[in-house]
Ligand binder design. Structure first.
Ligand code: GLP
Length: 241
């Protein structure tokens, strides 16, 4: 595992964006695994900026997103599809048909999840997976104490996660209780993983995830067993390490 410390959020975003753009420049047909949440926003901004300057080209890139809320349509501003369109896809030359986000409106979630795994397999797997971490240690929506053995599936959100994510919604009641998420097994199949962490509220969980025991109680701890992980964290997030 490679650990890179950045001074602040902006530094973290820039260093992480550098790693993603290096992947895109060296391997223009890469499959990028993408993530949502507040943490990657600065990375997307930086990538859009470099794209506008002509430094990076997403024309042959494929992307697959980690997760999506159940019951939210792509037009719903809280959906992860909407987030991706607004913050990234709509500003670069990635082909819309080359982007994939699980369909949270699917009638049959089991079929949708199998289809999603098949799609990733047909693309030849994920070359670089971007990840954030939730305060419970979740990655994607893989909450504590779920098995490490899952591919894409429907997951129930923990109360703490509903609480943490309610900041994006008008009320707690509006936060979906379920999501479709790539499972830990699916995430671990990515060839490279880039974990980004920012802020003092993530310091404890980052220390546990990187240096504590590998346990389903801290889903992100599984990353210790992946052969190619880079962690980019700012000073605040690193303060307990
Ligand atoms: C959500 C997402 C995760 C993300 C986490 C942390 O629950 N499903 O993929 O890592 O939030 O988000 P933030 O970066 O906003 O702290």
């Amino acid at each position: 595992m490679k650990l890179i410390e950045a001074k602040d959020y902006q530094g973290m975003s820039r260093k992480a964006a550098n790693i993603i753009s290096a992947q895109v420049i060296l391997f223009p047909r890469s499959v990028l695994g993408l993530a949502t949440g507040s943490t990657p926003l600065g990375i997307y901004r930086q990538l859009v900026d470099w794209y506008e300057k002509g430094d990076v080209d997403f024309g042959e890139i494929h992307s697959v997103n980690l997760d999506e809320y159940c019951g939210l349509s792509p037009e719903n501003p809280q959906s992860y599809r909407y987030y991706m369109n607004q913050n990234f896809f709509g500003h670069v030359n990635i082909k819309p048909e080359n982007t994939a986000v699980p369909n949270g409106m699917a009638e049959d979630f089991e079929t949708e999840c199998k289809k999603y795994d098949r799609h990733i397999a047909e693309l030849g797997g994920i070359d670089l997976q971007l990840l954030g971490v939730g305060e419970t240690g979740h990655i994607g929506f893989n909450e504590p104490d779920q098995s490490f053995d899952k591919m894409t599936h429907r997951a129930a959100l923990r109360e703490e996660t509903i609480q943490a994510n309610s900041r994006f919604f008008q009320s707690m009641e509006e936060v979906p209780r379920y999501a479709l998420t790539m499972g830990i097994k699916a995430i671990m199949q990515a060839k490279k993983i880039l974990l980004v962490v920012s802020g003092a509220n993530k310091a404890d969980i980052l220390e546990k995830a990187l240096f504590g025991p590998v346990t389903p109680g801290i889903p992100a701890s599984i990353l210790q067993l992946h052969p190619d992980v880079t962690v980019v964290a700012d000073q605040d997030a690193m303060s307990a390490v």
